[in-house]
Structure formats: structure tokens, C-alpha cells
Design a protein. Structure first.
Length: 273
């Protein structure tokens, strides 16, 4: 969103994403888990809300419908259609690449969950390990972040509702109205403009989801490592906590996540407003 209120909201969301796990790690176990679970639920609902609210740019549809194209010289429609087709092909390739990465991350998450459950099962059969030590806020945060990463990966894949080009209804309309070549070109160029815009919205959302799933996974691995350290060695020292948090903060900034959050807000403002 371009308004100051919108900017403040999304900056606050970014801050919560980074700060809340840190704060929860300083609280007693029950309170810390409650804070983490509340934030994770809020972010999960927000991610799903984004997927339901995108791709409804009615203003563009009205603008395209109002255009009356009446060339006085040689028409550039064919060139425009050719360029638009190349743009859509590039968009589809990008979206397919994002989907492939999302499936890979989803498999990694499932593998990590399986390994974690196997490790806990093994620890219950080993008298030398204290299972209670594994019930700590770091591992709790790691599991919640791993769930968020899995949710983001699933949404990345399911949100890829791209427009590949002319469909069944367009073909039926062409046949029923017996359009000539120039009339068909006019219909196509407007349709391509709409499809490119829809695919761009999908790309914006998928880029946000894919970055979210990777960041959540990195955060989850960090907290799982800290939780394992706390369970097997000793309480996590302050300097290790600080190093981990600074590293996560730097990775989050370098990923461009804040810019993606703002872009999602701007797109939502256009679609909903």
C-alpha cells in the first residue's frame, strides 16, 4: 500500500515476523509457545487471505472495454500480439520454475518432520536422553516455523492460477460472432493485456510466498538447531542467541522480503480498491 498507514502496517508485520520468535524465546515455556502460536496463526491466516484476494483488477477490465481502436494506417496489432505472447510464455516459465522450487521445499519440510519425529521416538527408548529437555521454546518455535514454511510452499503451488492464453470460451465467441481477422486481433490484444496483468499478480504473490517459505525454513532450521543445543548440551548462551538473530535479520533484509510485502500490499490495494 502506498499510504502511510499501509506502509506502517506492513513494516509492523515484518517486525513481528523477526522479533516475535526472539521475544518468545525469553519467556517461560507456556507463555512463549502461546505468543509463537498466536503469531503463527495470524501469519497463516494472512497468507491465505492474500491468496483469496488477488487477481480481481476490475478497473483494468473496464479500461480495456472502453478502448475503441481505430487505426488510420498500417495496424500494429500483429506485432503487439506477438510481443504479448512472448511475455505470457516468459511468465508461465517463471511460475513453473517457482512451483518446482516450492515442491522441493515441501519435500524437504516433510523429510525434516519425519526425521524430527524419528529422533523423538528414538530418544524415548534411550535412557541416557531426557525427553523433557527437548520440550523447549526453541524447538517449539522451530516446529511452528516449519509448519509455516510448509503452508507457504503449498500456497505457492496452489496459487499458480496463471492464464496461458486463448481458451475455450474465446474460441466459442470467435465462432459465434464470425469475427474477421482484424476484429479477432482487437479481441486478442485486449485479452492478452488482461492475461498479462493477471499473471503479473500471480507472480507477485508467488514470489512473496516462495520467499516466505524459504525464510521460514531458514528460521525453522536455526531454532531447531538452538533447541537441540539446549536439549543436549546446555542453555543457549546469550552471545549465540545474538549471533543467530543478527544472521537471520541480515538474511531477511538481503532477501528483499520487506519490498515484496509492500508490493503485495500495493497489489491488494489495486485489486480490492
Amino acid at each position: 500500500m502506498e499510504s502511510p498507514q499501509g506502509e506502517s502496517f506492513f513494516f509492523g508485520l515484518f517486525t513481528l515476523f523477526f522479533v516475535a520468535p526472539v521475544i518468545s524465546s525469553t519467556l517461560p515455556f507456556n507463555e512463549g509457545v502461546a505468543v509463537s502460536a498466536l503469531l503463527s496463526g495470524f501469519i497463516g491466516i494472512l497468507l491465505i487471505f492474500f491468496s483469496l484476494s488477488f487477481g480481481n483488477d476490475s478497473d483494468l477490465s473496464q479500461e480495456l472495454a472502453s478502448i475503441r481502436y481505430d487505426p488510420t494506417g498500417e495496424s500494429a496489432l500483429q506485432t503487439g500480439i506477438s510481443e504479448a505472447r512472448e511475455t505470457i510464455d516468459a511468465q508461465i516459465e517463471t511460475l513453473n520454475d517457482i512451483d518446482t522450487k516450492a515442491i522441493r521445499v515441501l519435500r524437504v519440510n516433510v523429510l525434516l518432520v519425519g526425521l524430527f519425529i524419528s529422533a523423538l521416538t528414538f530418544s524415548t527408548r534411550t535412557n541416557s536422553l531426557n525427553l523433557d529437555a527437548f520440550i523447549n521454546i526453541y524447538l517449539g518455535n522451530g516446529i511452528l516455523l516449519l509448519i509455516l514454511s510448509t503452508v507457504s510452499a503449498g500456497l505457492t503451488y496452489t496459487a499458480s492460477n496463471f492464464k496461458p492464453g486463448i481458451g475455450k470460451q474465446n474460441i466459442i465467441t470467435t465462432l459465434e460472432e464470425d469475427l474477421n481477422k482484424e476484429e479477432l486481433d482487437r479481441v486478442l490484444i485486449k485479452s492478452y493485456a488482461k492475461w498479462i496483468n493477471d499473471n503479473n499478480s500471480t507472480q507477485t504473490l508467488n514470489a512473496f510466498y516462495s520467499t516466505s517459505m524459504l525464510l521460514f525454513l531458514i528460521y525453522a532450521l536455526t531454532y531447531l538447531a538452538l533447541g537441540t543445543y539446549s536439549a543436549l548440551i546446555d542453555d543457549v548462551p546469550l552471545f549465540l542467541n545474538i549471533i543467530a538473530m543478527l544472521a537471520l535479520f541480515a538474511i531477511t533484509l538481503a532477501s528483499g522480503y520487506l519490498s515484496q510485502i509492500k508490493e503485495v500490499g500495493r497489489q491488494l490495494e489495486r485489486d480490492i480498491g
